[in-house]
Design a protein around this ligand. Structure first.
Ligand SMILES: [Zn+2]
Length: 183
């Protein structure tokens, strides 16, 4: 029976290792563009309120940048000044000066903020991450005061549609209270 002890110990160590690994897995990604990150069942999204409108970046269930492909969406916004807006979201190629990322679709760890090549792929040119965009005049709007309900459909994988309420960070770093989900 004494031989069971090490096995049990190893098993216990493995279980705690696995638990630690699971516990250490990020619940969300760090925002690449300073937006509000929301994870859903099989995707993650980063939502930005910019002076030109609403931008929603897509990420895979492995939290790697993803292209919009066939996805479309809508953003319902309640602004601090009492205005409400419903903005259609469509695929948008970033223009110069707009936030984007450059990534390798084969290597989730290869994400850059400038054009380049993936050394791991032997020099494949990195993809330019597009995003869903809806034009709206939000120049004077403080994102921390915005309540948003975002719906995205046409997604890849098991989760074809996602509805979420991004929690925009306030200047002091705390997530704003978002009540748009209580529609
Ligand atoms: Zn690569």
């Amino acid at each position: 029976m004494s031989k069971r002890l090490p096995i049990t110990a190893v098993t216990a160590a493995l279980v705690s290792l696995i638990a630690a690994a699971v516990g250490a897995a990020p619940a969300t990604i760090a925002p690449l563009h300073g937006g509000a990150v929301t994870t859903t069942k099989a995707h993650a999204f980063e939502t930005l309120i910019t002076p030109q409108g609403v931008r929603v970046f897509l990420y895979t269930d492995e939290l790697a940048p993803a292209m919009v492909e066939k996805a479309i969406g809508t953003a319902k916004l309640a602004l601090p000044d009492g205005r409400t807006l419903e903005v259609p979201l469509k695929a948008h190629q970033p223009a110069a000066g707009e936030p984007t990322s450059y990534f390798c679709p084969m290597h989730a760890e290869v994400v850059r903020d400038a054009p380049g090549k993936c050394e791991l792929c032997g020099g494949m040119v990195l993809f330019v991450q597009d995003h869903l965009f809806g034009a709206a005049d939000l120049g004077d709007v403080d994102p921390a005061g915005v309540s948003a309900l975002i719906r995205v459909s046409g997604l890849r994988g098991v989760e074809k549609e996602a509805t979420f309420t991004p929690a925009f960070p306030t200047p002091d770093g705390k997530a704003a209270a978002v009540r748009a989900g209580e529609e």
